[in-house]
Every structure is written in C-alpha cells, then in structure tokens.
Design a protein around this ligand. Structure first.
Ligand code: FAD
Ligand code: SF4
Length: 415
C-alpha cells in the first residue's frame, strides 16, 4: 500500500475544502471498499479525509412526507430502522442480502452508493482495464464476463454496478444530496450513475471533491408492498447475478402503478421504465408480467458467458410481481416451483481446493444433490458445477442449459 495522509473531518465544509485542495485525495466512509482497493493497488490516494463521523448519521422524516437518510448512517442501522422496514421493505431486504453483518456495521450510505465494480479485471492490477486505466483495453469481453452487463454496456466496458441498496433506491426514486466546492446540489439517483460509454472510468456524475450528505426518499404509499429479490452464486456474501426491486399498486385486479429496478445487469442500477409503462392500467396477470419483462429486456445484448441472465432476469421479475400480488406461478413449473424443498448443505472443500456447498433438491421419493463449487475468493473466478451432478440436476430441470444458474437461484430463493 502506498503511503498516504489521513485527516478526520470536523465538519462537511472543511472535508470538501480539504479534498478540493488535493486532486488525488478521497473521502473515507467505512473503508470496506476503498481500503481493499488501496491494498490491491487499484486506488492510490495520497490523502484520506475521513467523513464517517460527520453528523449525517440520522434517519429523519421529511416535512412533505418521505425520509432523509444521512450519508454516514451505517447499512445495518438503515436496515433496522422501523420506518424503513415498514414503509420501504424492499430497501431493508436489499441491505440485508448485501455483504455480511460485520461489513454492514461499518459500511455507510454514501460509501455504499460509490462502491466500485466487482469485475475481476478491474480488481487485478496485472490486467488491462479501461475503467482503471483509460484506453488500456477490456479483457472481459473475450474473457470472464459471466457476472457482467447485458444492458447499456459499451465497447469500452461491460462492468456491472455492485450495490444492492442502490437498486432499491433507484426503484424508490431516491434523490442524492451533495455538497461540493460550489455549494449544494441534488441529483435523482437514476441520473446519478452513468452508463460506461467512452468514459468507463467515471461511475457517477459526481465531480472531484463533492461529498454525499444524504439520500432523500419520497413518500410512496404502495412501497409498503415491495420486495427485493437477489439471485447469486452463494446464499450469502456474494454479489447479485440478477436482482429485482419491485413495488406494485393493484386495485380491482388492475395495475395502477409500479416501480421496478434491476441489479446485476448494467453499469447502473437499471430502472425498468419500459416494464413499468407496460404494466400501468392492465390486469395484473402472469402473462402481463411476462410481457412487461420482455419489453424491458428486448434491449439486452448479452455475451456468450452471460446470456443466461436474460431469462433469469425475466423469471425473477415475473416471480417477484406474482408474489407481490399474491398469485401462484402457472407456467414454467420447474420442480422447485412446485413444492420441492431446497436446502443448502454444509460447506466443504473439494479436491481442487474450492469451497463447495451442496444444494439439495428434494421431493417425495426423489432426491438430487447438486454440488456447486465456488471460488475461494471473489478474485479467483467463476464457481463451477461438477459435471456428473449437473446432469442429475439437468434431468430435473426444464432449463437444462441453465442448470448451474437454476441451482444458484435455488440457493438464493429458498435457503
Ligand atoms: C466481502 C464483501 C462482500 C460484499 N458483498 C456485497 C453485496 O452483496 N452487496 C452490496 O451491495 N455490497 C457488498 N459489499 C460492498 C459493501 O457494501 C461496500 O464495501 C460498502 O457499502 C462501502 O461502504 P463504505 O462506507 O465502507 O465505503 P468506503 O469503502 O469508505 O468508500 C467507498 C467509496 O465511496 C467514497 N465515499 C465514501 N463516503 C462518501 C461520501 N459521504 N461522499 C462522497 N464519497 C464518499 C470513497 O471515497 C470511496 O470511493 C461487499 C463488500 C465486501 C468486502
Ligand atoms: S468490463 Fe469494465 S471494469 Fe471490467 S475489464 Fe472491462 S473495462 Fe475493466
């Protein structure tokens, strides 16, 4: 790690002034992402301005309705807050499926929004990466891109944004409050993040030295009926392959309004405006939900290694909307959608040294164990499924080609 200076900011104005003077400085929240990057050599700031103790640690009601979340509110406090739990359950759920208890105790609201992509090449300084070094190339296109974007990517970068919290905030029309050298400004969260274009080094529209002070959540009465569903390779401690944050308002069987955002599919938390438009004013049925998902995903441009994300995103959205409207799924009934039980087995170490978890698909009189072996750490590449056991799973599963993803979703959904 390079040497750096550490300053603890006493107030927001001095934090902003300190960074304005230092073009290679950075704010420090809980440090759970930035410090990792400093150890890896991905980030090399020469000044850290610690903002975690600034007085932005409250969750307060807004005068006109809604809630203001201070930038230094820890992820665990936010998830536990009574108002958030009752008025915006999808936000609580998104936080609780992210990282681990210890990490959530440290991670701040501001830092969570600005965490950087988990693309393996971005985190490996021995590899080229346009996001880390402009113009150096993007090995992910031809290389490992299973976890990367299917929507809104560019030739320069196909990274995905990793935050779960930001997906729920995008669906909730959150607004980010910022203080910079030129004063305060507010930015709707959906415009806060950038698509990669030709400048993938910039994740957001923030300028150097701008400090996030709060996130405002407008009142959204039907968000009390909302849900965040995340599909990932392991039951915990893993980033989303695909996630959906959704809220739906239905009266007399007809959709009055909906809010939907996808995670794990793009460089930004992907607000699904086309799907929302396709839902408004039509009966809340499975067919309509499927059409809405198709409307959004028509723009998907997957690569060979992540093509599975398109049907996965479709199924996750349809399933979430069905759950929110209290309906059973009628089509595509895989065994695991018809009363089969799924349990994650104990973690083991395989001969190759990979960490394995056993996913059991159980039904009366039948049993199939699918072993999914995950990499030892996020930096070591994809998880794998033993071939023999994959066949066993595939024989049960209508999505044979997707047996691995199917197994992964079983863990996320049921365990
Ligand atoms: C093993 C592991 C698993 C994880 N799994 C998940 C997961 O499943 N889902 C998920 O969503 N996240 C996950 N995370 C990421 C975690 O949520 C983030 O590391 C955390 O939210 C970052 O918050 P922080 O306060 O620690 O940010 P920091 O690391 O302190 O900062 C991150 C960035 O934000 C900037 N920053 C911090 N505060 C401010 C501010 N107020 N204004 C302007 N800039 C600021 C910093 O300069 C830095 O660039 C995981 C992390 C780890 C290590
Ligand atoms: S996808 Fe983006 S982050 Fe990943 S290697 Fe390519 S440029 Fe870098």
């Amino acid at each position: 790690m390079n040497p750096f200076r550490y300053e603890r900011a006493s107030d927001a104005a001095s934090a902003v002034a300190l960074l304005a003077e230092n073009p290679n400085g950075a704010f420090l929240g809980g440090g759970t992402n930035l410090v990792d990057h400093m150890k890896l050599g991905v980030a090399q700031p020469d000044l850290l301005v610690d903002v975690a103790r600034l007085p932005y640690d409250r969750i307060e009601p807004l005068p006109g309705g809604g809630v203001r979340i201070g930038a230094t509110v820890r992820n665990s406090e936010l998830a536990a807050d009574r108002t958030i739990r009752s008025h915006y359950p999808m936000l609580t759920q998104a936080l609780l499926v992210g990282a681990s208890g210890q990490l959530r105790n440290l991670a701040t609201t501001g830092g969570n929004l600005l965490q950087r992509t988990r693309c393996v090449y971005f985190q490996d300084v021995s590899k080229p990466c346009n996001k880390r070094i402009a113009g150096s190339g993007c090995p992910a296109r031809e290389g490992y891109h299973r976890t990367l974007a299917i929507l809104g990517a560019s030739e320069a970068c196909i990274a995905t944004h990793p935050s779960d919290m930001a997906v729920a905030l995008a669906a909730l029309d959150a607004v980010v409050r910022v203080l910079g050298p030129n004063g305060e400004r507010t930015i709707p969260l959906v415009s806060f993040y950038r698509l990669p274009g030709d400048e993938p080094q910039r994740d957001t529209v923030l300028e150097h030295g701008e400090l996030i002070t709060a996130v405002d959540l407008p009142e959204l009465p039907f968000a009390t009926r909302s849900h965040y569903r995340k599909v990932r390779d392991r039951a915990s401690y893993a980033f989303a392959l695909v996630s959906v944050a959704a809220a739906i308002d239905v009266a007399d069987g007809v959709v009055r309004d909906a809010r939907i955002a996808f995670g794990g599919v793009a460089h930004v938390p992907w607000r699904a405006a086309k799907a929302e438009a396709a839902l408004r004013g039509v009966p809340a049925t499975e067919e309509v939900f499927s059409r809405a998902a198709d409307a959004e995903l028509a723009a998907a441009r997957p690569l060979p290694g992540n093509a599975f994300k398109v049907p996965l995103a479709r199924h996750v959205l349809v399933r979430t909307l069905l759950d929110l409207t209290g309906q059973e799924r009628r089509t595509n009934r895989e065994p695991h959608h018809t009363g089969y039980r799924h349990t994650a087995g104990p973690h083991r170490w395989s001969k190759e040294g990979h960490r394995c978890s056993t996913i059991r698909l159980r039904a009366p009189g039948r049993r199939c164990d699918v072993r999914v072996s995950g990499a030892k750490s996020a930096h070591q590449g994809p998880g794998r499924v033993d071939r023999r056991e994959r066949r066993a799973c595939a024989s049960w599963c209508r999505y044979r080609a997707l047996a691995r993803e199917c197994a992964a979703s079983c863990v996320a959904e049921y365990c």
